[in-house]
Design a protein around this ligand. Structure first.
Ligand SMILES: C[S@@+](CC[C@H](N)C(=O)[O-])C[C@H]1O[C@@H](n2cnc3c(N)ncnc32)[C@H](O)[C@@H]1O
Length: 212
């Protein structure tokens, strides 16, 4: 059972946008400071809802959220399909979800024993109509949940100072176009590893069926 520590009803019906941060961790600010509802498995300071996201978001109604953030969370989640479907369910039709996930070529991410999955360009396109996909198509018959990717950028980072300009160069070059992103992942990613992928999506309006 989730442990809800704020007045969730008031947060969902207030005048401002409803913003939720999944897997907010220990850098979350208080809800009163930034208006974000912080959700995490661990009862850390400023976590507003202590919940296991493997079980979904049953405490949030359909089409109730304007923005969902989830940074460095999905690599910890076994039940990927359930959580993604739940995010699509709780987003308003004009709501957005912003994610950061590790790319499969990032060697550092393999060191973390709590990571259960890695990401490439196509994971989220399995939830996207074929006409909205990249040049390489992926099947959509595994799920009925649909989203529309509005932005996808490969991110290059290094913890070592002198290498930052080099990573910035990769980021510019390999994000020049979707064609370049696909060429990079197919042919170059093990030579020039990618740190992660920043993705923004919204629910696919064609499949929204008047939920809000
Ligand atoms: C790598 S940290 C990222 C924290 C924060 N988003 C950031 O970018 O600094 C991953 C967070 O996800 C949370 N988490 C992992 N599995 C979870 C689950 N099943 N349900 C809820 N939170 C989970 C962890 O407790 C942790 O706070």
């Amino acid at each position: 059972m989730p442990n809800i520590k704020i007045d969730l009803e008031a947060a969902l019906t207030g005048p401002g946008p409803v913003v939720v941060e999944l897997g907010c961790g220990n850098k979350a600010k208080p809800f009163s400071a930034d208006g974000r509802i912080g959700i995490d498995l661990v009862d850390l300071p400023n976590v507003d809802v202590v919940a296991n996201l493997e079980a979904g978001l049953a405490f949030l109604p359909n089409a109730s959220v304007d923005i969902v953030y989830a940074r460095s969370l999905f690599e910890h989640i076994n039940n990927f399909d359930n959580l993604l479907t739940e995010i699509i369910r709780v987003l308003k039709s004009d709501g957005v979800c912003r994610l950061m996930v590790p790319h499969f070529s990032n060697p550092y991410h393999y060191s973390d024993p709590t990571h259960v999955r890695f990401f490439g360009l196509y994971n989220f396109y399995y939830y996207s109509q074929e006409k909205l996909q990249l040049k390489r198509k992926v099947p959509t018959f595994y799920t009925e949940s649909r989203l529309e990717i509005t932005s996808l950028k490969l991110r290059f980072r290094s913890p070592f100072k002198g290498r930052k300009w080099w990573k910035r160069l990769h980021e510019k070059l390999f994000n020049l176009s979707p064609w370049m992103q696909e060429f990079y992942e197919e042919n170059l990613c093990y030579l020039f590893p990618c740190y992660g992928i920043a993705i923004e999506f919204r629910p696919d309006r064609a499949n929204f069926k008047g939920r809000d």
